[in-house]
Design a protein around this ligand. Structure first.
Ligand code: MLT
Length: 303
């Protein structure tokens, strides 16, 4: 049976289930230097986004050749040097199906927060202000939502947005997708020009960097809204601040940041930004589903 290190927490029932199956689970977060030493003693590790498994950590683990499996409890694999791990005989799995609805609901929630000033009302009312006249919002119904990337999470977001009466368009590197007739495919440029709300659903790729930067902000409709529940690096935060200050972007909702926890004070204190601390997948239901996927991965791998 396997010795498994769980560094960023996991669903309690799933952890119990793994223990019942005979695996030894250690639930402990380690900073990179300590992790390097610790991982040498484990057959597998289960991580979320807070733990980064880079080449040097993998090299250290290879000294004992014990580590054989890395499970990313979530979708994004940008915090793991996947190719390097695989090349050295360590399998890497994620749980791509479990959190789509949770992330889609957060994206929609942020759109309501922006369109009706919910995020800022929470701040100003706590300061004793009553800004009724300043907070005349807009309705989501009838507005165009542009989805950048059209994978599982974007498709969930599209369904929910359509039910709210939004006109949904999408762009994707794979081009137009079959069986998605309710939504119109657009090039990135068309999407930026046409959308009232833009929601990002793409992975971060180091070699590509920010997908939304000054040029893309310039192409957007005046007063567009931006939602990022995907990955921090896909938006250039400095360019976003300029777009917010100039009024090009009415407001932005950010769940993910270039650096986490973010130290970008200008951004997190900005009065036109709705914030959450990378909680897209943080619902009881999604974590339970992720737990089920993890059990299946462990079972298939070790038994
Ligand atoms: C994901 O990629 O699914 C999220 O980053 C999950 C998480 O919060 O760790």
């Amino acid at each position: 049976m396997a010795r498994i290190l769980v560094t960023d927490g996991m669903d309690k029932n799933a952890a119990e289930q793994l223990r019942k199956m005979g695996h030894e689970l250690v639930e402990e977060h380690y900073e990179p230097e300590a992790l390097k030493e610790q991982l040498k003693n484990f057959d597998a590790t289960i991580i979320r986004s807070a733990t980064k498994i880079r080449q040097e950590i993998i090299d250290a683990a290879l000294e004992t050749n014990k580590l054989k499996l890395i499970i990313r409890a979530g979708v994004g694999l940008d915090n793991i040097d996947v190719q390097y791990a695989m090349e050295h005989g360590i399998q890497v799995n994620n749980t791509p199906n479990a959190s789509s609805s949770a992330v889609a609901e957060l994206a929609i929630g942020h759109m309501f927060a922006l369109s009706r000033y919910i995020y800022i009302s929470n701040v100003t009312m706590r300061n004793g202000e009553w800004n009724k006249k300043a907070y005349k919002g807009i309705e989501l119904a009838g507005k165009t939502l542009g989805l950048v990337g059209f994978g599982r999470i974007a498709k969930e977001t599209a369904k929910k947005a359509k039910a709210l009466g939004m006109n949904v368009i999408y762009t994707d590197i794979k081009g137009e997708q079959e069986g998605q007739d309710s939504y119109k495919y657009a090039s990135m440029e068309e999407l930026l020009k046409q959308s009232d709300f833009i929601s990002l659903h793409i992975p971060f790729k180091k070699e590509i960097g920010a997908v939304i930067s000054t040029k893309e902000f310039e192409m957007m409709k005046d007063g567009a809204y931006l939602v990022n529940c995907a990955r921090g690096g896909v938006v250039d935060e400095a360019a976003l601040l300029e777009a917010l200050d100039s009024g090009k972007v009415s407001a932005a909702a950010i769940d993910v940041f270039e650096e986490e926890p973010t130290k970008n004070e200008k951004l997190y204190k900005h009065e036109k930004v709705s914030l959450t601390p990378h909680i897209g997948a943080s619902t009881k239901e999604a974590q339970a589903r992720i737990g089920e996927e993890i059990i299946e991965i462990v079972q298939n791998f070790f038994e």
